[in-house]
Ligand binder design. Structure first.
Ligand SMILES: Cc1ncc(COP(=O)(O)O)c(C=O)c1O
Length: 420
């Protein structure tokens, strides 16, 4: 039976939310850097290490269990990312290392004089790897800029940026600094029309909105399980034609077949299993609060779960915006129109007038409120916004486990700090 969103029930699904320090609860607003881990994920990790503690591919019980958990994890990830099958999923250490290894493999197809398109809004993990390979191969980099007032991409420039020599177009689904959700299908369509490989960084969208790699129309879509309530692992969805074309970086005796085609060594079985648990958490939200039947397909339950979470997060965003707007001189680096909240995730980068952002984060930490300060590896965006070299911004990251009361606490604390 579906019920209304219940903050207590959702929070009970995250064991770390109950931890107190000298009786003071922790207020976790650091989700864009890493969310808290769902109990289902923690339990999956524990069971993997207890019951499936062997390498894969053997004839005996624990190894067969490791094989089975890999199948389960790849299937769950395919449901999460809108892949056609589990054979389109690759697990890795984190998003950055996956991006580096795919950048290396893809750049073998590049020649001097070719071009790639990168963006000024991306986290450097979706810039640095491609930039490094472009420099090695003499490839020209073109930049998709964003508007400094609206915090949205200049989509009108795509036609000029992409051309017959474009080998790759890489962009971000949601920004880890601005919170903007971008029209990645439009960017990928422009790349595809030119025959380029298209790459989407979905690290910051996966925890908040349904991600459908096939509908987006990209060749590669990358994300990180520790940003969506799971353990430290990176994962990606690759279009089958590209998967079969790329020559993997691998040891000679290792298999060319999925799921280990792109695995340079033994994968973290426990991280894969924990990822299954995190995805099951989203599916649980769907059957508990999103109207999905408990036996509906996993993808349907995930989508329903994220819809319910989005609804809750929109209410939190409105409350946060109302609270910070009253603080004199407060700057919000991102969309702040309450009617445009569908175009952002609940990641708010703020600047308090005359305050060092690290000092603000420290003042909040003294109240057991956890936020990040800086520019969060959004290196190009920091340049565009004139933030390099300084203390950057204070980033308040809401999640579906955040309560309305917590949003009130952080806005009151920010107001106090602003008053000095
Ligand atoms: C948008 C975005 N992309 C990529 C990354 C890098 O992810 P990982 O730590 O898994 O390499 C991050 C991490 O903060 C991110 O926010």
């Amino acid at each position: 039976m579906t019920r209304r969103w219940n903050e207590d029930a959702v929070r009970a699904a995250f064991p770390s939310l109950a931890i107190r320090d000298e009786g003071v609860p922790r207020l976790y607003l650091d989700a864009p850097a890493g969310t808290q881990v769902a109990g289902r994920a923690i339990e999956r990790v524990r069971r993997a290490m207890l019951e499936a503690c062997a390498n894969d591919g053997g004839a005996f019980r624990t190894s067969l269990a490791a094989d089975a958990l890999m199948v389960e994890a790849h299937e769950a990830a395919a449901a999460l990312l809108g892949a056609g099958s589990r054979d389109e999923i690759v697990f890795g250490l984190n998003m950055t290392s996956l991006a580096f290894s795919f950048a290396y493999m893809l750049s073998r197809e590049w020649q001097a004089g070719d071009e790639i398109v990168l963006t000024r809004m991306d986290h450097d993990a979706n810039v640095g790897p491609w930039l490094t390979m472009a420099e090695e191969r003499g490839v020209t980099v073109r930049w998709l800029e964003f508007d400094r007032e609206s915090f949205r991409y200049r989509y009108d420039t795509l036609g000029d940026l992409v051309g017959p020599r474009t080998k790759l177009v890489a962009c971000n689904h949601a920004s880890n600094l601005l919170g903007t959700v971008n029209d990645v299908a439009r960017i990928c369509a422009a790349g595809r029309a030119a025959g380029a490989v298209t790459v989407v960084d979905a690290v910051q969208s996966t925890p908040h909105i349904p991600v459908d790699a096939q509908a987006i129309g990209c060749d590669l879509l990358l994300c990180s399980a520790y940003k969506f309530f799971g353990p430290h692992a990176g994962l990606l969805r690759i279009r089958p034609e590209l998967r079969d074309r790329l020559k993997p970086l691998k040891l000679r005796p290792s298999s060319n077949a999925m799921p280990t085609r792109f695995a340079p060594g033994t994968p973290s079985f426990e991280a894969q299993s924990g990822t299954t648990g995190a995805i099951e958490h989203m599916a649980w939200l769907g059957s508990e609060f999103g109207g999905a039947l408990p036996d509906a397909p996993l993808r349907d339950r995930i989508v329903a779960g994220l819809a319910a979470a989005t609804d809750h997060e929109r209410g939190l965003m409105r409350r946060l915006l109302d609270g910070v707007r009253d603080i004199p001189g407060m700057e919000i680096f991102g969309i702040s129109d309450p009617d445009a909240l569908a175009e952002r995730v609940p990641t708010f980068s703020l600047r308090l007038p005359g305050r060092d952002s690290r000092a603000v984060a420290e003042s909040l930490a003294a109240r057991n409120i956890f936020v990040w300060s800086g520019t969060f590896y959004a290196y190009e965006a920091a340049g565009v916004l004139g933030l390099r070299g300084g203390s950057g911004l204070v980033r308040v990251g809401l999640s579906h486990y955040t309560t309305s009361d917590e949003v009130g606490q952080v806005t009151r604390a920010l107001a106090e700090i602003a008053r000095g």
